[in-house]
Design a protein around this ligand. Structure first.
Ligand code: UTP
Length: 297
């Protein structure tokens, strides 16, 4: 029987250097997409997929992230007194039952694989999800929920996958694929950040995973991979020959790379235009702004 996935790891211990100087004092995951921090999108997605245990792998300077999910009695009392029901409703999203969130520390940023390994004691002997909050995915059905449903048939490990242009492929883990039914592909090999001419396909792994506890065991080896870091990709690739193997899942939805400046800006436009309360004004602004710019060029 395939066990239900109820635990998720959120690795948030990276330094976010691409957003310096902002990330000197603000964790990247707290940066705001329209009116919610990136981490809120990831938490909402995990909840929709049935996750009940949230494990954050943090590091120095991330206390704003911990406070975000804390109760705020003074603020709530003020809003109640002023009858601001909509704002109170918005605050509810940040509400986490006692004990639902656990924080573990990654002492040194040794790579994504190492960050996930830091959660090993809390994961124990269960399958678990990993969500990278930098990857924000818009879609009718949240990405992890799609994956959890597909995982009921596959078991094993599953990674979210999407086609990526050749000039971008060397920034990703890349899949060498076997059978392919359009959404689920069997994985024959995985390579982290290959040179464009060495990439086995244009199908890249993005930041959503469902993993078996054996991946944690593989991470015990502390194998140094691409870029001198302990890579999650290598620990997952070691499961390809296992009984249930590794599957790629082509999710339905649009993924924004909010770990990069261009991706964050694109997400801001897309999520702004998707909001009923903002779309009209924002669309007119963009139209006019671009028309004026085009005319001046
Ligand atoms: P990234 O490499 O995209 O994030 O890692 P970063 O290192 O924070 O950003 P830049 O490249 O310096 O701008 C992907 C995810 O893995 C986490 C990051 O927090 C991010 O969510 N991560 C990465 C860790 O938790 N620990 C690490 O050692 C490395």
């Amino acid at each position: 029987m395939i066990r239900k996935v109820t635990k998720a790891v959120f690795p948030v211990a990276g330094m976010g250097t691409r957003f310096l100087p902002a990330t000197k004092s603000i964790p990247k995951e707290i940066m705001t997409l329209v009116d919610q921090p990136l981490i809120q999108y990831a938490i909402d997605e995990a909840r929709a997929a049935g996750i009940t245990d949230f494990i954050f792998v943090t590091s120095r300077g991330k206390s704003a992230l911990e406070d975000y999910f804390d109760a705020s009695p003074q603020l709530e009392e003020t809003l109640q007194r002023k009858n601001k029901t909509k704002l109170l409703e918005a605050l509810k999203k940040t509400d986490m039952p006692s004990g639902a969130i656990a924080y573990v520390r990654q002492r040194d940023a040794m790579g994504l694989g190492h960050a996930v390994w830091c959660a090993r004691r809390l994961i124990g002997d269960e399958p678990f999800a990993v969500l990278l909050p930098d990857d924000v995915i818009a879609g009718e059905t949240p990405c992890l929920q799609q994956m959890v449903e597909a995982y009921q048939d596959t078991g094993g490990c599953m990674v979210a996958a999407m086609e990526v242009p050749k000039d971008k492929i060397s920034s990703y883990g890349v899949l060498d694929t076997g059978t392919d039914n359009g959404s689920v592909v069997t994985v024959k090999d995985m390579v982290e950040k290959p040179a464009a001419d060495k990439a086995p396909s244009n199908l890249a792994v993005i930041g959503r995973y469902i993993l078996t506890p054996r991946v944690m065991e593989n991470l015990n080896d502390m194998k140094i991979g691409a870029g001198g870091e302990i890579q999650l990709t290598d620990a997952i690739a070691a499961e390809i020959s296992s009984h249930d193997g590794v599957h790629g899942y082509r999710f339905k939805g649009q993924r924004f790379d909010c770990g990069s400046k261009a991706g964050f800006l694109q997400a801001t436009v897309a999520f702004g235009l998707a909001r009923d309360d903002l779309a009209h004004e924002f669309r007119s602004f963009l139209h006019e702004y671009l028309a004026v710019r085009d005319a001046a060029e």
